[in-house]
Design a protein around this ligand. Structure first.
Ligand SMILES: *Cc1c(COP(=O)(O)O)cnc(C)c1O
Length: 364
């Protein structure tokens, strides 16, 4: 049986008629950028998260970049972020000229709340929390730290659509929640798309101006902005997928439950779910000290896996200028050396799940 790490086509086929009808509707409408589909999506996505305002943007990276910018963070400022994140989180900071300050992750792959305060300096302006793999960070602790030190709080929710902490959805704890709707994300579009969510009316207004060349009124430019508009086709397709999110999330949680209950393998550490949180399993990330052997073994059985991520940002060539070296963040580096994402996607059959489970259990 051949099993890919992800199957975006299954996610399309499941709601194919609805997607196709909406795509045709948008194509025939004669209106393609910033229109009623975007407005509808912004209203519905804000309501979905429990946030007050949503502003649709071109992608997740620009959501982060714009969030950092709108919070007044730039050159000379520091932003605290976990070391084991996707590099886009860090780029959202450095594109504004600010400096990322890395913190080690906890046992749930999230920023270790115990290690944040030691990293705060007079230059620290914000904490960026990344709810990595669809797990949730320790939000009570982190919001308390931000409040105590008067720091802004940004959430990178590119992997955590629908994930909750004590019943409250990620993206609504801080000043701005940043989302990506890249096709492989839990709420995926069919191209690039992103958004921010905020309870601050002024920030939402500024984001709408900033995404459109800094203009509120056509050809009257208030600030030097950028083009980070969400298009009607992507917004329309997101409007089709959004009402199915509960179903999409439940399906992933059921696969995770079956993995947890049936994988019996001493050589593998399974991911744990933090108390009081609901994980949405963007990835199911196991750890194995003999990772390369495991990858080769699984690939012989035609089971595809992915490493999220093999090189932590502090060791990436792009960030050599920050001056970090191997050994600076041992937990982050250990995760980079041992993590492995096993197949997890909408439409994954029980037979496929059992095949993966059996293969893992027989690894020796
Ligand atoms: C995907 C992702 C992003 C970037 O989103 P794009 O839409 O691809 O720009 C940012 N942060 C994390 C954690 C991501 O997984």
């Amino acid at each position: 049986m051949k099993i890919m790490p992800n199957r975006m086509d299954y996610g399309f086929l499941k709601y194919q008629q609805e997607f196709e009808a909406k795509a045709l509707e948008v194509l025939r409408s004669g209106w393609y950028v910033l229109g009623k589909e975007v407005e509808t999506f912004e209203e519905r996505f804000a309501a979905y998260t429990g946030g007050k305002y949503c502003v649709g943007l071109a992608n997740g990276l620009e959501a982060l970049q714009i969030a950092v910018h709108l919070l007044g963070i730039g050159a000379g400022d520091e932003v605290i972020v976990q070391g084991n994140t996707y590099i886009a989180s860090v780029m959202g900071i450095t594109m504004n000229g600010a400096t990322p300050v890395f913190v080690e992750p906890d046992a749930y792959y999230q920023i270790d709340a115990d290690k944040i305060e030691a990293c705060i300096t007079e230059r620290t302006k914000a904490v960026m929390v990344v709810h990595l793999y669809g797990h949730v960070a320790d939000m009570d602790r982190i919001t308390a730290i931000c409040k105590k030190h008067h720091l802004k709080l940004i959430e990178d929710c590119a992997q955590s659509h629908g994930a909750t902490y004590k019943g409250k959805m990620t993206g609504t704890f801080g000043d701005i929640g940043c989302f990506s709707f890249y096709p492989s994300k839990n709420l995926g579009a069919f191209g690039d798309a992103g958004a921010i969510v905020t309870n601050d009316e002024e920030l939402a207004k500024e984001a709408k101006i900033y995404r459109n060349y800094g203009s509120e009124k056509r050809y009257y430019n208030k600030v030097v902005g950028m083009n980070s508009r969400l298009d009607e086709l992507q917004a329309g397709l997101l409007n089709v997928r959004l009402p199915h999110m509960d179903e999409i999330t439940k399906e992933r949680q059921e696969i995770a439950r079956r993995y947890r209950e049936n994988i019996r393998q001493e050589l593998i550490t399974l991911p744990a779910e933090r108390e009081d949180t609901e994980t949405v399993w963007h990835q199911y990330v196991i750890r194995c000290e003999r990772r390369q052997e495991l990858i080769d073994y699984l690939s012989q059985k035609e089971i595809g896996t992915i490493i999220h991520y093999p090189i932590p940002p502090h060791l990436s060539e792009a960030y050599a200028y920050l001056g970090h070296k191997k050994g600076d963040f041992p937990i982050t580096e250990n995760y980079a050396d041992t993590v492995l994402s096993i197949p997890m996607y909408t439409g994954m059959t029980r037979q496929e799940q059992d095949y993966v489970i059996e293969a893992l259990n027989e690894f020796a």
